[in-house]
Ligand binder design. Structure first.
Ligand SMILES: N[C@@H](CCC(=O)N[C@@H](CS)C(=O)NCC(=O)O)C(=O)O
Length: 219
């Protein structure tokens, strides 16, 4: 069994990998690299991951980056019965990658005009214009997630997979005080959130990250 170390920042997209590792029952060490404190830009972390982004998963002597890749690795490494990534059904497996790619590219980036406008434009005077385009796009993108969850317990239907904790990350972000006012009701995603909140693995990872009911709200 390889030695695993997850580098995470509380409530960042790394939370998906954190929960997935708990679900997989794989032994791992969790190391906090707090983005808010700029720790992802310090030499200690850059020595692990020169790209300086979170998450990263050290697997023995190698470092894997990208949430989609890390979740895939966790799903493929978990015990055979765990079904965290569908094994014998190519279409179901492709659906898992469809979700993860949609979440890592389209959904994650839809938050950028609100969370990181400085990554998109240099002049802060233009931020309102960026929000004018970005907010309706975020709302539309989140509603698309909600539409895709209709009639499903989990992202892939009846079976929990690594896609589900990834969905939780963006639901948490969507409930932030500065975002929630721009977001429509998302009843399917809200039920999904309630189901995932009840899982022991979610609770363990959230507690380790210091995320409490006070700092994440559910509309
Ligand atoms: N494509 C990467 C994105 C990673 C990423 O941007 N992570 C954020 C946290 S959610 C980060 O490291 N932000 C710090 C920064 O950009 O300085 C993935 O899906 O893992």
């Amino acid at each position: 069994m390889p030695e695993l170390t997850l580098f995470y920042s509380p409530r960042a997209c790394s939370l998906a990998c954190h929960i997935a590792l708990e679900e997989a029952g794989l032994p791992f060490t969790a190391k906090a690299v707090r983005i808010r404190k700029g720790e992802h830009r310090l030499d200690d972390y850059l020595a692990q991951n020169p790209w300086g982004k979170i998450p990263a998963l050290r697997v023995d002597d190698e470092v894997l980056t990208e949430t989609h890749a890390i979740l895939t690795y966790i799903g493929e490494t978990a015990a055979p019965g765990s079904n965290l990534i569908p094994k014998n059904n190519p279409l179901a497996r492709a659906r898992a990658h469809e979700w993860m790619n949609f979440l890592s590219s389209t959904v994650h980036l839809a938050f950028r005009p609100l969370f990181r406008p400085n990554y998109l434009i240099s002049d802060p005077k233009l931020y309102p214009q960026l929000r004018e385009v970005g907010i309706p796009n975020l709302k539309k993108t989140l509603l698309e997630v909600d539409r895709r969850l209709e009639g499903r317990n989990w992202a892939l239907g009846d079976t929990y997979s690594v896609c589900d904790p990834y969905l939780l990350v963006f639901h948490i972000w969507s409930q932030r005080e500065d975002v929630i006012e721009h977001v429509a009701d998302m009843p399917n995603w809200k039920s999904h959130r309630q189901r995932i909140d009840e899982r022991a693995a979610t609770q363990v990872a959230l507690a380790r990250e210091g995320v409490t009911a006070e700092n994440i709200r559910l509309k």
